[in-house]
Design a protein around this ligand. Sequence first.
Ligand code: FES
Length: 272
Amino acid sequence: MVDELVPRKVCVESIKDETWDIKTFRVSFLEGEPFSYLPGQCAMLSMPAVGEAMFSITSSPTRTPMEFSIKKVGKLTDALHMIEKGQELGIRGPYGNGFPVEDMQGKDLLFIGGGIGLAPLRSLINYSLDNRDDYGDINIVYGARSPEDLVFKDELFDKWPEYDNVKVDITVDEGDETWDGPVGFVPQFLEELNPTPEGKLAFTCGPPIMIKFVVQSLEKMGYKKDKIITTLEKKMKCGIGKCGRCNVGSKYICLDGPVFSLDELDDLPDDF
Ligand code: FES
């Protein structure tokens, strides 16, 4: 549920460079308690005199402060990339349905992310790790264009593999002299790894073209549509069913999603 439509103030506590065009902003609420949220939900961030936009919440609700990992893609995100620690921003939310954390209980979890698409999955991954007894084995498959485009490196390479029954596999489209790991696109890499579908839910987020091929690969490996879950959070604009910019087939992404299992969608949109 949306707490309120009037933005509240947050202060940017820290800014971390993930890659040359992605930063993670850690924010603390200046007025009242932070709103509660689920992994996969979004919030509207605003910057005075610049504008506002919807972003998925990158942190897990089991951890504070709240974090947003934001790629530089336009006026507001360019401006956000220029701010410094201590900047005040507006925030409202949460928006959208979030991932089905209760239905996931007892299942093995397969996460497949590409580029900044790991941001909403990271919330769910850390949530699952913080509720470790509720979930089975965790398999994380992640890819980026190049080694310097990999996000959340400390978690991918150090923190996540430290947990019991967690496996992390990373690929890049193109290697360089710093990289001695796998090279290749995520869907092919996934097929080589060939994680079996039994007892497993698959979550995928990344560039649309990657998701389309990942879905094909998953189906080829025997995953049923109701076991493949994605988030279309980039289609969220107003977040409250008013702007008419998020419908896909018979669904409004902001009201029915942004998290859907494949069998809930008539078809994947071309431009999600
Ligand atoms: S985001 Fe505006 S109607 Fe859905």
